[in-house]
Design a protein around this ligand. Structure first.
Ligand code: AHG
Ligand code: MN
Ligand code: MN
Length: 337
């Protein structure tokens, strides 16, 4: 704990360190904070009211939409539109980009890309889920509607990114490129308070997180890395451990605190992996790098990839830097036929 500071105060205090400081980003983060509180409230009563389960529709990627996916999507959009810093959003739950048409929005500098509810299939079983967000400056002229180009920027252009984890406690973790800080929600105050200042991921960890049910379909290098983790014992004598929640935010959060690697490689059914470059991988990559870790598609730095389409997927290896380097080495040594 580092004194008692709220997220709002912290953002304003850090604004001066931010290269484009104008207060706009602070206001944008206030929208995210508000929507996070609203979604948190809804998630907390998930077992009590009729908000769990699927809606019966699919998103553009063919995945069943949950009621809370759509709820979170609407709340984040509404909060972002209500202020004047964002001209449009792209969301995992929307087929196309959404342009806000108020004149004030079109004069806004930023676009937001988001996974409004990550790990949503876990909601029904009371397991932690999250929201992931990624913020860019638009490249199209201010005063006009946003264009696809504004959203298809490589991850290294992000000005801020973060996630909210709705877990045993709710936290908001974000970066603006000057380290990673985490804030825990105090429901009695209705406020996020700084609880994890300057978060750093250990260079080596013991946790590997992967859906091993897909083992047979993984590339050879990934299979070998998994065997490496199972057969080797790190220096302090305690073996590697496998942990997989199935909600990226939760798996990433645990590994960030404890050290570890999250992997979602290509499989036969998902040749480009399952995770989305723009809504999931880039923001997590930005956070990982800012915390001293790395993120790769197995060969390339995630944040150097030039996105070609909105819902693009990519294999994802992210976390402690020595662990990511090791799996990259196995992949390089075992090219696919
Ligand atoms: P979403 O709920 O936003 O569709 O994301 C689910 C993602 C990610 O959170 C998780 O790590 C991964 O899918 C789990 O996939 P598998 O069930 O295939 O392991
Ligand atoms: Mn997701
Ligand atoms: Mn989602």
């Amino acid at each position: 704990m580092s004194g008692l500071r709220t997220l709002g105060e912290f953002v304003v205090e850090k604004q001066a360190d931010f290269p484009h400081a104008s207060g706009d980003l602070s206001s944008l983060l206030a929208s995210i904070r508000l929507a996070a509180k609203i979604v948190n409230r809804e998630i907390n009563k998930a077992g009590l009211v009729d908000i769990t389960g699927a809606v019966g529709t699919e998103n553009v990627q063919g995945e069943a939409q949950q009621k809370l996916d759509l709820y979170a999507n609407e709340k984040f959009k509404a909060a972002l539109e209500a202020r004047d810093q964002v001209c449009g959003v792209a969301s995992e739950e929307e087929d196309e980009t959404v342009s806000f048409d108020r004149d004030k929005n079109q004069h806004a500098k930023y676009v937001v890309l988001m996974d409004p509810l990550d790990g949503s299939s876990n909601i029904d079983v009371n397991v932690s889920v999250g929201t992931i967000f990624s913020i860019y400056r638009r490249v199209s002229p201010v005063g006009t509607p946003p264009t696809l180009e504004d959203f298809l920027q490589p991850g290294h252009k992000q000005v801020a990114a973060g996630y909210v984890i709705y877990g045993s406690s709710t936290m908001l973790v974000y970066t603006t490129g000057a380290g990673v800080n985490g804030f825990t929600y105090d429901p009695s105050l209705g406020t996020f308070c700084l609880s994890h200042e300057n978060m750093m991921i250990p260079d080596v960890g013991k946790i590997y997180s992967i859906n091993e049910g897909n083992y047979i379909r993984f590339p050879k290098g990934v299979k070998k890395y998994i065997k490496y983790c199972q057969e080797n014992v790190p220096e302090d004598g305690r073996p590697y451990t496998s942990r997989y929640i199935g909600s990226l935010v939760s798996d990433f959060h645990r590994n960030l605190l404890k050290g570890g690697i999250y992997m979602y490689p290509s499989t036969q059914s998902h040749p480009d992996g399952k995770l989305r470059l723009l809504y999931e991988c880039n923001p997590m990559a930005f956070l990982a790098e800012q915390a001293g870790g790395t993120a790769s598609d197995g060969k390339r730095r995630i944040m150097d990839i030039d996105p070609k389409e909105l819902h693009e997927r990519v294999p994802f290896f992210c976390g402690s830097k020595e662990m990511v380097a090791k799996v990259e080495q196995f992949i390089a040594e075992n090219p696919e036929d």
